[in-house]
Write a protein that binds this ligand. Structure first.
Ligand code: HEM
Length: 423
């Protein structure tokens, strides 16, 4: 089935992710007419758009056949790819985090921190995370009935949590927020380093400058944690060893960067999107407020609803077949998570926000070997925030028109102006 070019252009267009409806429409068309489709938006190498829930799982399950590291792991134009390879001496990646690794390295590097992010080990952090959540609820209440929930609360709370886990002082948080937003908001002129819409080559250069700044910051942390180990994630990374040898410097720097960036923006976007959904659906607000046992389900539904990570890329290591399509060795594939999470074949009424949705097997955290390392932390911190906030809120409604970031990789609400009353 031929894919109309405007659909191919839409699924890579950061503005479509900000507007959302055109994106939903494009994915709906693809799911029903060409669920595994070869597309070639202007300026990109051709790639397969994987839009069905079941096909996303099929690809993710086979991480030896569909690799992360051989080609760019996120959507990259031909020009940006060329510039990246020039700057890195041939690699398609500016950093080498877990996301850009395949086995055996992926497994070895993931094992270093995996235990710290397991539910049984996170449990000890619950009282401290609750204290942080309470401080943000108090701050919201002090704002006297109106706030921009995205900027005033949702961007800051998960930042505070992950920085505390990493042992980064509170005074450095504004800098970390700015650098993270430069990483994920490179295509949004309000967020990127240049403050304007930039071409692909400039985008890569700006990104490398941001990464370099992050590396200088984390280099100092490494030295400190080698001298004086603490109970934090930075100490694990700084002293990480594989086969008795210290891990590579570039890999250690990349490790800090992924935890420091992926560790809050995703959760912030989901938190902001969740309150936006509650403000638009007062009956859902009443339901979850009236029965705290529904909060974990509400968290899960808000992760599905917002799907803050919009895609990851894979490439085939050998000729393969998925959903009846012949994939050639080297082919590039886009895992379209927002589409998988609106797939009519996997969800009943997927366009409805339903805090009681069960089962809710969304793919917002990915799947398989690379499944989100921080998924349990993300769930826990959001659950705690709602447990603290919902009993205090009597009503909430939108106080203006919310907006979204322009980005095709990680994004969500930019502003969520609300009016609220208290119990
Ligand atoms: C709602 C919040 C979050 C969402 C929706 C999310 C989503 C994702 C997705 C889709 C992936 C790729 C999975 C795949 O390729 O199959 C991923 C990977 C990852 N996430 Fe998250 N994430 C969230 C929160 C966090 C947090 C709080 C952390 C903190 C440590 C984190 C750290 C990571 C890391 C390190 C990876 C790379 C894992 C690997 O490649 O092995 N994420 N996440």
């Amino acid at each position: 089935m031929h894919v109309p070019q405007d659909i191919a252009e839409t699924i890579v267009d950061p503005r479509a992710y900000a507007a959302r409806e055109p994106l939903d429409e494009a994915f709906r068309w693809l799911r029903s007419n060409a669920p595994l489709a070869k597309v070639q938006p202007t300026g990109f190498d051709p790639f397969w758009a994987v839009t069905r829930h079941a096909d996303i799982l099929t690809v993710e399950r086979q991480n030896d056949l569909f690799h992360n590291g051989d080609r760019a792991a996120t959507l990259t134009t031909i020009d940006a790819d060329r510039r990246t390879r020039e700057l890195t001496g041939g690699s398609p990646h500016i950093v080498r985090t877990l996301v850009q690794m395949d086995n055996p390295d992926h497994l070895a590097y993931r094992r270093l921190t995996q235990a710290a992010f397991l539910p049984q080990n996170l449990r000890a952090l619950e009282p401290r995370i609750r204290e942080i959540a309470r401080s943000f609820v108090d701050r919201m209440i002090a704002m006297g009935g109106r706030c921009d929930f995205a900027r005033d609360i949702a961007f800051l709370y998960p930042l505070r949590v992950i920085m505390e886990l990493m042992g980064v002082p509170e005074s450095d948080e504004p800098r970390m927020l700015k650098l993270t937003q430069e990483v994920f908001g490179a295509s949004d002129p309000d967020l990127n380093r240049s403050g304007e819409t930039v071409d692909a080559a400039r985008l890569v250069e700006d990104m490398q400058a941001t990464m370099a700044e992050l590396m200088v910051y984390f280099n100092a942390i490494t030295e400190d944690r080698r001298r004086c180990p603490r109970e934090d994630i930075s100490t694990i990374i700084a002293n990480g060893q594989i086969d008795g040898q210290p891990i590579g410097h570039f890999e250690a720097m990349s490790y800090y960067i992924i935890v420091a960036t992926a560790g809050h923006d995703t959760t912030s976007n989901t938190t902001a999107g969740a309150l936006w959904a509650l403000a638009e659906n007062p009956e859902q607000f009443q339901k979850v407020k009236g029965d705290p046992a529904l909060i974990p389900g509400f968290v899960e539904e808000s992760i599905r609803w917002e799907t803050p990570v919009k895609h990851f890329m894979r490439s085939a290591t050998a000729d393969a077949e998925v959903a009846g399509q012949a994939i050639a060795k080297g082919d590039w594939m886009m895992l379209c998570y927002p589409s998988g999470n609106r797939d009519e074949a996997a969800f009943n009424e997927p366009f409805k926000f339903d805090v009681t949705r069960s089962p809710n097997r969304h793919v917002a955290f990915g799947y398989g070997a690379h499944v989100c390392l921080g998924q349990h932390l993300a769930r826990m911190e959001m659950r705690i925030l709602w447990e603290e906030l919902l009993p205090r809120l009597k009503s909430v409604e939108l106080d203006g028109v919310p907006s979204r970031w322009q980005a095709s990789f990680v994004c969500g609400p930019k502003t969520v102006p609300i009016r609220f009353t208290l119990e």
